[in-house]
Design a protein around this ligand. Structure first.
Ligand SMILES: Nc1ncnc2c1ncn2[C@@H]1O[C@H](COP(=O)(O)OP(=O)(O)O)[C@@H](O)[C@H]1O
Ligand SMILES: [Mg+2]
Length: 268
């Protein structure tokens, strides 16, 4: 999928060593409303995500994270700049599970499989496999109201994977969960990312979550959203959210995030 409005040369300094990318944003700008009448939400974002990479986009509320993810998902178009996602259309997972309450967990997944073109005869077995993958084997017949918040997000994750893309876009998917459930789901997404060799672009305002999960943390500034700084995270996986390595880096990144928020408050 390629979204091209104005063509820009490839951004300098964003090449991966072998030039391969699963997602490429080059000089992306986004303004809502008529150009010139509103302040830009995103300003000159250039970012490559390598195949198989796990990147978290971190920023204060309202800085344009969801806007950016929606652009990558193809739900909206940039005002200027280009976005390239060479593989299948990426799957998008939100904080709200958005499951159909009148369908069972299994049927919700089968619907996504149908939309992805999986033949009818294979859907049931594939839905069962995906439920096993998110450790919900046996939940095929459960309805949404019978599932806890964490289980619903597991079904939502299985449904995202059913879309058959290797690129998974996650918009604060665990933000509404309690800390312990969130911690367990961090382990699960790390395991599934590595087993399935997914490319993940994960949005959060939670610094510890960003460091716990990612190989790279990209900090966005506020109004307009620009890339303020990046950190490569070499701590071994699986990580613990309370480990010293995660805590130390979180303190450093939080200082930068605070700086961004202070700068924003002073300007507004
Ligand atoms: N469809 C839209 N129309 C107008 N303004 C929008 C629209 N979507 C988002 N915005 C504005 O863009 C800014 C960034 O929003 P958003 O991307 O949701 O931030 P975040 O996800 O980082 O909290 C906010 O000021 C928001 O009000
Ligand atoms: Mg958001």
């Amino acid at each position: 999928m390629t979204t091209a409005l104005t063509t820009s040369p490839a951004a300098p300094g964003v090449e991966t060593p072998d030039g391969a990318y699963a997602v490429r944003l080059a000089h992306v700008h986004k303004t809502f409303g008529r150009p010139g009448t509103a302040a830009p939400v995103l300003d000159d974002i250039s970012l490559d995500v390598a195949p198989g990479e796990f990147v978290t986009l971190l920023g204060a509320s309202g800085c344009g994270k969801s806007t950016l993810l929606n652009l990558v998902a193809g739900l909206d178009r940039p005002t200027a700049g280009t976005i390239e996602v060479p593989g299948a259309r990426p799957a998008l997972m939100f904080q709200d599970h958005a499951l159909f309450p009148w369908l069972t967990a299994g049927r919700n997944i089968e619907l996504a499989l149908r939309l992805a073109g999986v033949p009818k005869a294979e859907r049931r077995a594939e839905a069962e496999r995906l439920l096993e993958l998110v450790r919900l084997g046996g939940a095929y017949r459960k309805r949404v109201h019978e599932l806890s918040g964490g289980m619903r997000q597991r079904v939502a994750l299985a449904r995202s994977l059913a879309q058959g893309s290797n690129v998974l876009l996650m918009d604060e998917p665990f933000a509404a969960l309690d800390a312990i459930t969130r911690d367990v789901l961090h382990d699960e997404i790390t395991r599934i990312w590595s087993e399935r060799k997914l490319t993940v672009l994960f949005v959060t305002h939670n610094v510890r979550e960003a460091v716990r999960l990612a190989q790279r943390v990209v900090l966005l500034s506020s109004r307009p959203g620009r890339i303020a700084k990046e950190w490569r995270i070499d701590l071994p996986q699986p990580r613990r959210i309370e480990s010293a390595g995660v805590a130390d880096l979180s303190i450093e990144i939080t200082e930068h995030l605070r700086g961004e928020i202070r700068r924003h408050v002073q300007q507004s």
